[in-house]
Design a protein around this ligand. Structure first.
Ligand SMILES: Nc1nc2c(ncn2[C@@H]2O[C@H](COP(=O)(O)OP(=O)(O)O)[C@@H](O)[C@H]2O)c(=O)[nH]1
Ligand SMILES: [Mg+2]
Length: 321
């Protein structure tokens, strides 16, 4: 039944119909079966969109900058989709300021699709849903997909792994203690942005970041550090440079082996995530669930150990298919 609905929606999605896109996204967010069907049918029609991940500390100005990037992309006649993922607040009541501005400035433009996603606490489920949503948007012929995530820990590092180009946005002041910009975050950056360049200390933050990145100068893609003022009402300082670097990075991926290599790394990661979830689900099936109590009690009383327990669950999964 649901499969039928999904299949009907798929045809409309491929024509870029916003209502169908929104409905299919809701379905894949709520049902893994729907995600499976949608991805099965749509994956062959993907590979065209440039997926740009935007991450960094809360309040750095990601949403504001994403709006400016979207507007600049629209001027180039690109169709733009924006996905805001907020793993920290499962039930985002009202949209945050940057997101409200976004709605006001961009809603109504038929070339822009905006959506926010909450994690509902399960990271594995979130990344699977994000993958399905990106597949839908790519197949719906968006040229650029902007994926905004909150920069806090493993979540956004993993989500940034689905992007072709990752922008890490920071603001001065956060740079006082530059160590607070986690090394992991710097590693995933293809373009580093010091937003709020109108604030004191911006030049110092930029300099510190450039110093930290210096050892990477020999790389085929040296990570640029750009300053932006995303809220400047007149000249949108730095946004044009960001657009140039986004285009240059896309070109870099397409003209070197790096694009294909990274794509394969992403595919491996995505398939592993699905496998992981499937195994976990199997371990929670009723027949196996019966084993758990005994195992937990046995480990608790030191009659067996966690490795042996895991092995017993695994053996049972294998034998019961
Ligand atoms: N002074 C200044 N404020 C900015 C700039 N960019 C964004 N902001 C403000 O910073 C706050 C947080 O912005 P938002 O885009 O929601 O940040 P996010 O949490 O990273 O998405 C908002 O009040 C913005 O208006 C900037 O370049 N300069
Ligand atoms: Mg935001």
């Amino acid at each position: 039944m649901r499969d039928k609905i999904v299949e009907t929606l798929i045809a409309a999605v491929r024509l870029g119909k916003p209502r169908a896109i929104a409905r299919l996204i809701t379905l894949v967010e709520n049902s893994e079966e729907a995600a499976k069907t949608a991805v099965f049918h749509l994956h062959p029609h993907t590979g065209r969109a440039h997926i740009i991940g935007i991450t960094g500390s809360p309040g750095a100005g990601k949403s504001t900058l994403v709006n400016e990037i979207a507007k600049a992309a629209r001027k180039q006649n690109d169709r733009v989709a924006i996905i805001a993922v907020d793993p920290t607040s499962p039930f985002t009541g009202g949209a945050l300021l940057g997101d409200r501005v976004r709605m006001r400035e961009l809603a109504g433009d038929k070339g822009v699709f905006i959506r926010s996603m909450a994690s509902r606490g399960s990271l594995g489920g979130l990344s699977a849903a994000v993958t399905a949503v990106l597949t839908i948007l790519d197949a719906a012929n968006f040229d650029i997909i902007l994926l905004e995530t909150v920069g806090a820990g493993q979540a956004e590092v993993e989500i940034a792994a689905v992007a072709h180009t990752t922008l890490v946005v920071e603001a001065p002041g956060m740079g006082d203690d530059i160590q607070s910009i986690k090394a992991g975050i710097l590693e995933i950056a293809d373009i580093l942005i010091v937003n709020k360049a109108d604030r004191a200390g911006a030049a110092r933050t930029t300099e510190q970041l450039r110093t930290m990145l210096r050892f990477g100068e020999q790389k085929a893609w040296p990570v640029p550090v750009l300053e932006t003022i995303a809220v400047a009402p007149t000249a949108k300082t730095g946004v044009a440079q960001v657009m140039e670097k986004i285009t240059a990075h896309h070109h870099h991926l397409q003209t070197t082996d790096e694009g294909a290599e990274r794509a394969k790394t992403r595919i491996r990661w995505q398939v592993e995530q699905l496998l992981h979830r499937r195994l976990l689900k199997m371990s929670q099936r009723a027949e196996i669930e019966a084993l758990w109590d005994g195992l937990i009690t046995a480990v608790f009383h030191h009659q067996t150990d966690p490795y042996t327990a895991a092995n017993q669950v695994f053996t049972k999964i294998i034998h019961e298919g």
